[in-house]
Design a protein around this ligand. Sequence first.
Ligand code: GDP
Length: 220
Amino acid sequence: MKKDGGTAKTRNFTEFPLAKASYSLSVHDPRDLPRPGAPEIAFAGRSNAGKSSAINTLAGRRRLAFVSKTPGRTQLINFFSLGGDAFLVDLPGYGYAGVPGEVRQHWKELVGRYISERESLAAVVVVMDSRHPLTDLDLTLIDWLKESGRRAHVLLTKSDKLSKQAAQATLARVRQELGRLYPGATAQLFSSLKREGIAEAASVLSHLAAGKNKAPAKGE
Ligand code: GDP
């Protein structure tokens, strides 16, 4: 192992700078994505699963990612820079009842292409409400991640809404299912309200950001 920690892709994020998160840019069209650079950790999840709250909690900020949004409207990929060393990427939520077909199509195009093609994508955090994990759309997303060979970590949010025992049982069940669906994917409990699971998530993200990108470089 090299003493200097290696290149940008393999560096050791002993201090993953979540607290440095600042808004960088938003993209509506995959053609407008910035040139790939520092490793990106993307957050995806069913709308209302607690994704914005989780990003804010991890970054230690109240309104970095906006918590109250109009369902179906937010079809943007938002980038937050961590002091230039890495990016947190907020992918648009999915699974609203009554969302028009064209919005759904746009979501598939935007998120599907980002996941399958993005060279600087290091890993995807799949945010699920711990009371309703592994919905059909979560399974679709996990399929995409598996197809693209992306690293994946599941945050089971709002764990404060379950008893300790029920939360542990859910975690065990989700881990077991993931072992079948996509071995290597990891999972943990998380609560923005009770501020639980923050250290564990920060440590996992730091490892994921330090890992090598798995997607092949496209035609370069
Ligand atoms: P998003 O649509 O996935 O970004 O979800 P939000 O972060 O906007 O959260 C959706 C709703 O769940 C909001 O009313 C939040 O206040 C609530 N929520 C988010 N995280 C938690 C949590 O850890 N515990 C509880 N009890 N509620 C939460």
